[in-house]
Design a protein around this ligand. Structure first.
Ligand code: FAD
Length: 316
């Protein structure tokens, strides 16, 4: 089922989980163990992130070789295997980085053949080791261009002219940033670019993680004023240790409010810190549920124990 249809049919905010493929060379069993613990909460869909390879240069016999190293491959395989094992809708993340438009088309055809009909379309982070996003030759620079390509395929328009081409049937999600995207000069410009993604055919928005209900509320209001009417699903990340108070703002360009930092820093043991962090995020989720959000998208990184504890508080 398409994510937007599931939202329309649901009486309560839909639960979705975002997972990351395991590092190359490790077994998928750990991921299954994580999913086994989370599936009783009946997520409506599972997002699987996509990671661009880091390109390194290695010297062998006086020759320099360009070696792309992907630490976490397997996005599409994991989507297919989870959909099959748990009978749940999966949403592969699909990025501009590392793909020409021709490779993008082929990858979309693979998804179409696999029966995967939901996609989260993203530009992607700069490749590891780069400070700036560099598009591939013949690749897309912005997520809006990728959305445009997927929408065209949904109308049966491929890169080459094909007679009576079969249209794909993708429901397209895109990313939104309550605290604005870090490269954007201001929030207004960022909303204009978000609106452009929707005009190109995006059906819904999932937000970057945020830790203050007011950021989400203001963002939704700004989006609605700009004429964006698609569902905006809030993205939430459970906090469970003090290291995250520095690493999350650094990596995701978001702010953690003082009352959360204080509650976690005042706790004395690691178990108390964990409980304080998860309790604060549960409070945030409850405010979002009361605000009648279309869904709750939980960033489940790693083993998923913090997500499980958060969901236990919310859903028992
Ligand atoms: P875009 O929408 O293209 O925006 C990128 C920047 O360009 C913004 O500052 C925007 O304002 C600006 N911009 C857009 N259009 C224009 C224009 N026409 N002219 C000038 N400026 C413009 N990254 C991954 O690598 N893999 C993942 O799996 C992944 N999953 C994510 C899931 C979610 C829910 C979110 C919120 C983010 C995810 N990311 C992921 C991170 C994302 O790829 C980065 O935040 C990236 O830097 C921007 O992606 P985007 O799709 O928002 O880009």
């Amino acid at each position: 089922m398409h994510v937007v249809d599931a939202i329309t049919n649901a009486r309560e905010p839909l639960l979705s989980l975002e997972i990351t493929p395991p590092p190359k060379g490790t077994s998928i069993d750990e991921l299954y163990r994580t999913m086994d613990a989370l599936m009783p909460f009946k997520p409506a869909f599972i997002n699987v992130t996509y990671h661009q390879p880091q390109v390194v240069y290695e010297e062998k016999n006086n020759v320099i070789y360009r070696v792309p190293k992907r630490k976490k491959p397997g996005t599409v395989g994991i989507c297919a295997s989870i959909a099959n094992r748990y009978s749940v809708e999966t949403v592969p993340h699909f990025i501009c980085g590392g793909f020409s438009k021709f490779e993008t088309e082929d990858a979309l055809i693979d998804l179409h053949y696999l029966g995967i009909t939901n996609i989260l379309a993203l530009r992607g982070d700069p490749a590891a080791g780069n400070t700036q996003f560099i598009p591939e030759r013949d690749g897309h620079r912005y997520a809006s261009e990728l959305v445009n390509q997927i929408s065209r395929m949904n109308r049966g328009i491929y890169m080459e002219e094909l007679e009576d081409a079969h249209p794909t049937n993708f429901c397209i999600g895109v990313a939104g940033y309550p605290e604005k995207h870090f490269e954007s000069p201001n929030a207004e410009k960022d909303i204009q670019h978000l609106k452009h993604k929707v005009e190109q055919g995006a059906h819904y928005i999932i937000t970057q993680m945020f830790f203050d209900f007011q950021y989400y509320k203001d963002f939704v209001e700004r989006a609605r004023e700009a004429g964006i009417s698609v569902p905006i699903i809030p993205g939430v990340k459970p906090l469970s240790n003090l290291d995250q108070l520095a690493s999350i703002p650094r990596n995701f360009h978001v702010t953690i409010p003082h009352h959360i930092v204080e509650a976690m820093e005042q706790a004395r043991t690691s178990e108390e810190i964990r409980k304080a962090g998860i309790r604060k995020i549960a409070d945030l989720c409850q405010k979002l549920i009361d605000y009648k959000v279309p869904g709750l998208h939980i960033y489940t990184m790693g083993r998923g124990t913090a997500t499980r504890d958060l969901l236990k508080i919310l859903y028992g």
